[in-house]
Design a binder for this molecule. Structure first.
Ligand SMILES: [Ca+2]
Length: 191
């Protein structure tokens, strides 16, 4: 039996029309997507730069730390065996300054050898593959990060923290949701 494509059949034209529409919408979403006009190479360089981000922070003696593969350490005090460490524990990507290139929000966990582990949100803008640190926000001591993501230019962080007066030996139980944007090159908390 021979199957013939009958171009006079309305269903065929409808199928062709839909195929063209699908191709067009894919092309359109490519252009409006967060990485639409940014090459994979630039994106790759940014992710590499992010892991080696230079951050300004009071946690370290020099007031700044340069991560290496997402990690930094130095002696907690001159000659001390205990160390101050900073580590990227999670990251999210999305465009924060409407230039079409994905930027990043990362969670940093810092410790100075004591019982505390201090969590920060740090944000970096993708400057043609280089990572520019635009701000850091303290989240809390021994909080439990549930999620960090970027959607429609807004950073959302969800985490559990201890209630006022709750012993630190207990797990944090109070859920907090914070939102941030990058405005005029600065990280701003949304109320
Ligand atoms: Ca961007």
């Amino acid at each position: 039996m021979t199957v013939r494509l009958n171009l006079e059949h309305p269903k065929i034209w409808r199928a062709l029309f839909c195929a063209v529409l699908l191709a067009l919408s894919a092309a359109c979403s490519d252009q409006s997507g967060t990485t639409g006009n940014v090459s994979a190479e630039t994106d790759g360089r940014f992710r590499q730069a992010l892991a080696n981000l230079e951050i300004k922070t009071d946690e370290v003696s020099s007031g700044g730390a340069k991560l290496q593969d997402g990690y930094f350490e130095e002696p907690a005090a001159p000659g001390s065996a205990s160390k101050t460490t900073i580590q990227i524990t999670s990251e999210a990507f999305g465009d924060l300054n409407a230039d079409g290139a994905d930027d990043a929000a990362v969670i940093l966990a810092t410790s100075s050898g004591g019982s505390g582990t201090f969590y920060y949100l740090a944000v970096a803008i993708n400057q043609e593959g280089a990572a520019e640190h635009v701000g850091t926000e303290f989240l809390g001591d021994r909080v439990e990060i549930e999620s960090v993501n970027i959607s429609a230019g807004v950073i959302s962080v969800s985490f559990l923290s201890h209630e006022t007066g709750q012993p630190m030996s207990e797990p944090p139980a109070s859920r907090r949701n914070l939102s941030f944007v990058v405005s005029d090159g600065r990280l701003e908390k949304q109320e």
